[in-house]
Design a protein around this ligand. Structure first.
Ligand code: HAH
Length: 334
């Protein structure tokens, strides 16, 4: 660990050993800079970016596995489980996927062939290392009545692109657990649309085993009641639940403040309260929830440092910038 020597606090993975796996999103830098913290507290990892379409498959005949393989090796050498993220998404997918050689939109058959080739290759390669995949990420429209978000996958293939992705993933690794993953998963309007999609997939006999609740939350949203209802509705479908990308931002989503250079004590205390209540709730549903993954590990690195407000730092995790336990950590292990 840092300069101080040996860590003495309880290990998260042991505190929750009877409940669920405890995961962190990692990248090639953090498996070095956060190595000791990760090995001590976590028993699962997810690649933050390195297994996305644009990272693995930048051109039709080019696959780039080097960085993803480094993360897989890290999981293996530390005896960790690994989740795969993500096979099909509207973001971080290169243009070539959707275009013919003249740069015009390709046709349904070609796009399905490309999807299948990608999924076969990626899922096949990591068969022995990845036990669960986020097959489809974020296809539900956030607001209003429209069910599916507009995307090139939807435009070119039609709504059955979702079922096809699950079918191809299941063929590539029949043992892998296959997840649908989304954010704003606890907001009632979007939750009900996600449930509608999941039900229709299950009714069609599509091989889907779980739902990933991203859980990009903050000090104020979503309410514990909304989180509880979301858990109950998803679990009632008979699906396994993974919290896949948990973080607790100190700011409301539309808060634009940029004045903080360190996290104020009162906000850290609220964050501790919130983490305490969230994990208490998750433990109540430990028979449905099999994994809880943070979208990072400690406050020295988070995707929220620049999102959605450019240049603003955030402090969303259980460990501070020096990898030391925060008030929120202490609340969980009490
Ligand atoms: C997630 N989206 C993605 O699943 C993950 O791959 C990425 O690294 C970070 C967050 C959440 C999201 C977004 O991308 C845009 C708006 C709201 C939420």
């Amino acid at each position: 660990m840092t300069i101080m020597g040996v860590r003495k606090e309880a290990k998260l993975k042991e505190v929750f050993a009877e409940d669920f796996l405890i995961g962190a999103a990692v990248n090639p830098k953090t498996i070095i800079s956060q190595k000791e913290l990760l090995a001590y507290h976590f028993n699962s990892i997810t690649a933050e970016n390195e297994m996305k379409f644009e990272s693995l498959h930048p051109a039709e005949d080019t696959y780039t596995f080097e960085l993803a393989d480094q993360l897989v090796d890290f999981a293996r050498s530390n005896d960790m489980s690994m989740r795969g993220h993500t096979l099909l998404w509207h973001n971080q997918t290169p243009d070539w996927v959707f275009e013919d050689k003249d740069g015009k939109a390709t046709d349904r058959e070609t796009l399905l062939e490309r999807m299948k080739a990608h999924i076969d290759t990626v899922v096949g390669r990591y068969k022995n290392d990845i036990y669960a995949w986020d097959v489809v990420n974020e296809v539900i429209e956030d607001e209003g009545e429209v069910l599916l978000r507009k995307s090139k996958w939807l435009d070119i293939i039609g709504p059955d692109f979702i079922a096809k992705a699950f079918e191809y993933a299941h063929e590539a690794d029949p043992k892998a657990l296959l997840f649908y993953n989304d954010y704003n998963e606890s907001h009632p309007l979007k939750r009900d649309k996600i449930v509608k999609l999941l039900k229709s997939l299950l009714d069609q006999g599509v091989p889907i085993h779980g739902v990933g609740l991203q859980a990009h939350w903050n000090l104020y949203d979503p309410s514990l009641d909304d989180i509880r209802s979301a858990i109950e509705k998803y679990a009632s479908l008979g699906l396994k639940l993974h919290f896949t990308e948990l973080d607790v931002s100190l700011f409301r989503f539309d808060d634009k403040r940029t004045d903080l250079i360190a996290p104020p004590e009162d906000l850290l205390e609220m964050q501790a309260e919130r983490y305490g209540a969230m994990f208490k709730l998750m433990k109540e549903y430990q028979s449905d929830i099999t994994s809880v993954t943070f979208w990072g590990a400690a406050d020295d690195y988070t995707w929220l440092d620049d999102f959605p407000v450019r240049g603003r730092k955030n402090w969303p995790f259980l460990f501070d910038e020096l990898h030391q336990p925060k008030a929120a950590f202490k609340r969980l292990v009490e």
